[in-house]
Design a protein around this ligand. Sequence first.
Ligand code: G3P
Length: 218
Amino acid sequence: MKFFVDTADINEIKDLASTGLLDGVTTNPSLIAKSGREFLPLIKEICDVVSGPVSAEVASTDYETMRKEAEVLRKIADHVAVKVPLTQDGLRVCKELSDDGTMVNVTLCFSAGQAILAAKAGASFISPFVGRLDDLCQSGLELISDILRVYDNYPEFDTEVLVASIRSPMHIIEAAKMGADVITSPPKVIKQLYNHPLTDSGLAAFVDDWAKTGQSIL
Ligand code: G3P
């Protein structure tokens, strides 16, 4: 399972990249706004820190302008994945970019039908938003299961299922149990995966007991 971080905070990205466990980054216009940074130089900076896919989203919604924006974004680095919305125009851009060898992440997916369209348009990644479905009392994880089941039937679909809008470690664990290809998570949730109270208490006991030996490894 690949781990992407869903943030535009360069310090959080550097921190997670230092673990060696980070496979990519996803951003969106809301995260860029929150960062307070200039979009294009920020994406370049992220690409210099992380060698895996870095999703950069178009800002417009019509085909012509999205296509032009995508040209700018894909020139930033070879590992930029241009992020487009799951609309007819967005998938038209997706198909053209994919045919041209550019990675595309199709975002705002809320149904298996939309995921089928994205795969047919050659998307590298489909981003179903689990948390936002859960917020509406619909099961986001059930959507992940449905998409994986559909994609399994068609080996010609190369699209990776990128579980987005993650709100808790359980989303990551359940997605992993289903065999989802990628998760993109806020930094806080990735860090929560490290935590267990028995790890903390066990480590405290080991540190105490070691001190009693009076020994030193170094
Ligand atoms: O970046 C796409 C997605 O992960 C957004 O998540 O928390 O805004 O629903 P959220």
